[in-house]
Design a protein around this ligand. Structure first.
Ligand SMILES: [Ca+2]
Ligand SMILES: [Ca+2]
Length: 191
């Protein structure tokens, strides 16, 4: 992500780029990019065909990009840190847990077998329509490194909901899971 005032109009821009075979390509399409950088893109690419397949530095001059700050992300997977002989190593979760950003974890012995599990919730709607909202994650219970139960298998229904937080609450000596959802009613699950 390049961040800076690339056209010198006093407002900062962010330009996202993805690496593919050692080249960087802009993530945004011509319309989105030119809405931020009119002088740099629409004049340079009057027709869409000319923009297609162009690398980032073919779209925005390297000298101009270098005026900004470059940020890099190397890992977008959700995962956990495992203590391996005193050193923590990152391990991504399996693919069933990668369908949306994860926002909520709650560790507890949910099934009463004496071992703790991690309940996981996610989804995120705060994206532009072009990217499409992340709404397909059903929630999950991580039993251990190799065993993950999806929400639908354990009586949860978190799809189409942007899960934000979990709490355990006790009402009249009975334990409940309180699920807080962004821009929606909270939900109470009986154990
Ligand atoms: Ca600017
Ligand atoms: Ca357990």
């Amino acid at each position: 992500m390049y961040y800076g005032d690339f056209d010198g109009n006093g407002h900062t821009e962010t330009i996202l780029a993805l690496e593919k075979e050692d080249e960087y390509y802009p993530v945004a399409d011509l319309d989105a990019l030119s809405s931020q950088l009119v002088s740099l893109t629409k004049k340079k690419f009057p027709v869409y065909k000319d923009f297609a397949g162009k690398t980032l530095t073919e779209v925005v001059d390297k000298k101009i990009l270098d005026q900004g700050t470059a940020f890099q992300v190397h890992e977008l997977s959700s995962g956990y840190l495992k203590n391996e002989n005193g050193k923590f190593a990152f391990h991504p979760f399996n693919t069933s847990l990668q369908v949306s950003p994860i926002n909520a974890f709650l560790v507890h012995d949910y099934d009463g077998d004496g071992k703790k599990e991690a309940l996981v919730g996610g989804n995120y709607f705060g994206v532009i329509p072009y990217h499409g909202r992340f709404d397909g994650f059903d929630g999950a219970l991580i039993k251990d490194e190799n065993k993950v139960l999806l929400g639908s298998e354990i009586g949860l229904n978190f799809t189409q909901k942007a899960i934000r937080n979990f709490n355990l609450i006790t009402i009249k000596n009975e334990k409940f899971l309180l699920v807080t959802i962004n821009d929606n009613d909270a939900e109470l699950y009986e154990f």
